[in-house]
Design a protein around this ligand. Sequence first.
Ligand SMILES: Nc1ncnc2c1ncn2[C@@H]1O[C@H](COP(=O)(O)OP(=O)(O)OP(=O)(O)O)[C@@H](O)[C@H]1O
Ligand SMILES: Cc1cn([C@H]2C[C@H](O)[C@@H](COP(=O)(O)O)O2)c(=O)[nH]c1=O
Length: 682
Amino acid sequence: MTRTGVTRPRSAEPQPGDEPLRRLRPPLSLSSLGHWLTVPALTAMAATLTRDDALATRAQSVGLVLVAWLLPVLLAPVFGTAAARLDRRIALVAADALRAFLMLSVPVVDLLVTAVNPVLWTAIVAVLVSCAGMVWSAAAASAVEGVAAGVADDEDGTVGRAVRRRALRLVFGTAPLAALAFVLLALLADALLGGADRVHLVLYATAVVFGAAGAATAMLGGGLPGGEAEFPAPVAALLRREGGVPGLPAAVVGTVLPVAALLAVARVHVRVLGGGDPGYGALLLGLTAGLAYGVFAGPRLLAPLSRRRLLGLAVVAGAVALLVAALVTNLVVVVVAAALTGVCAGVAWATAAAVDDTPRPRALALVAALVAVVAAPPLAGILGDRRLGLGDAAYTFTGSGAALLAAAVLALVAGAVAHRRLDDRRGVPLRPDLAAALRGERYVPPREEPAEEQRARTERGVFIAFEGGEGAGKTTQSRLAAIWLRDHGYEVVTTREPGATKTGMRLRALLLDKETTGLSSRAETLLYAADRADHVANVIRPALERGAIVVSDRYVDSSLAYQGYGREQDVEEIAAVNAWATQGLVPDLTVLLEVPAETGLNRLSEPADRLESEPRAFHDRVLRGFRELAEAHPERYLIVDASRPQQEIRREIQDRIREILPDPVPAAAEDITSTFPAITDV
Ligand SMILES: Nc1ncnc2c1ncn2[C@@H]1O[C@H](COP(=O)(O)OP(=O)(O)OP(=O)(O)O)[C@@H](O)[C@H]1O
Ligand SMILES: Cc1cn([C@H]2C[C@H](O)[C@@H](COP(=O)(O)O)O2)c(=O)[nH]c1=O
């Protein structure tokens, strides 16, 4: 059972998606194992080849190999398009065979070809192996899509999604296995071989794994299904300036920096700490196992805590773990700190992907990783090893430790910025919020209300507005809130804008009809304001005056966001027009539901209306507008990450509404019963 009482399937039981993938499992696992093994194998080779050189040269050789391995990922769409033209089986087998051959070539060049610089050749192999890996990934993704699309009895796509998820787990889950295999091979090599040749064993082993993967693919019976896989271009995703979740870039940078910096200097750092390849492997094992655990556990971790808060916290915690790895000169402590860094980065990554499901976080992560891998090794070399005298004692501060320290400080700053900008529970203290989440509860802060405000509340009802972009879930959540309130004895009026009154319905038809062309932005603003004036005068105010709770799907903020930010008109002027139209009526609480524009628009099933048909840049400006409005008055807003499941969102909204509710039972009734009505979760 989970904390929330939901029974999770036991891992020993077959999962949906297992059976359709059964045939592809051996080649996918073997090839992925080989893929991840290439990283420690080639970096260890570079470190071994430069073992007698200065720290700067050693660090930069390892950095060069890592950069060479990462760079081709920028060209993923090119490889995706090229692979689509090839026969899938041939592409998979050829990519594995080429990688086996390339891995074998490294020791051969080292031992036999004196004319070629072996470090340079190792870096060239890293580029070529990575390119072949991209072709393999594209062909494998297409095969997995083919399997997912071909699942019988899968009308709602559940099994297809499970197939994709299982395939991803298979590919990324082999990374810790590769690190473990590297440790074992390094120990074996230490026991059996001597000198620089020791590192050759892992290169041979990687070649054998690729050979076995290619053979497993070649021997697959029957045809290999194919489907269309997507390969978003990382550079294009980054160049798109509109949209994006504020604070998310800082979170992504703060997530990636510690992992990339550790990878870049781990081999030289471990040597400084007195470890060889087995120590390097142990550090990689800790980091990758932590990452895998964090990615898979992240979505369920501290479920009652806001995902945006969790993201900021995970980034800060990862930076602190890296700080420990940088400062402590004990290999075991560093391996444990690397594992914690991995867990935090995994949790942060899973959470960031839930907050922004566009290709942007992935693109930014790739660029941040490249920058870190390029910068960390030379920084380690420049800073060099230093001995600090502390009275009788001395502390040796290594160059690699200093580079990790710099990365940790930067990640800490990025984490703090991310926490500040992403936080959707402003005004709610973090410590009790976190403590309650650790107990599996959601924290509801006590609210002290000035006497004047309390009196004003008893004299009128409560006004709650739901705001957000298209398809954010305003209608769904405002209805759920109204049902919950009615269940607890309140009179609730649910309403919406535009179109709550007879005149409003005509205005709505006019405003949303795509046939309404050439309407000026000012006229549009005034028509929305006219609808609102009628709405307030005939629906909202009368309901509030008789003490009802009014729940409105959209209100003034929609005009400020759409006509102000979206149409790029003066927001202050629109606010003034609307203050006049509503006679200054401001909601007691505005629930802002945030989803990326693409997600929201994709949720809509009806043909797009006049406003929904506006370009993506318009909707991105609208979303930015909503957030800025909410951030200006955090005390009367609840910002909700609306990309989560409906029931999670519902609970978060109920918790916040509870804080502003008047007592639903008339005072006279209370005198009789002497009990207060309990508000319980539905
Ligand atoms: N959290 C959620 N996750 C996934 N789908 C959701 C979620 N909330 C709502 N939906 C679905 O998204 C669609 C749009 O939801 P809804 O009508 O509530 O959004 P809206 O913000 O009112 O849209 P509009 O901008 O058209 O007024 C519906 O099909 C709804 O079932
Ligand atoms: C109140 C208000 C609304 N809009 C826009 C926003 C939407 O595109 C439509 C309303 O349709 P929905 O199904 O209720 O989401 O109108 C606006 O531009 N300005 C406003 O003030």
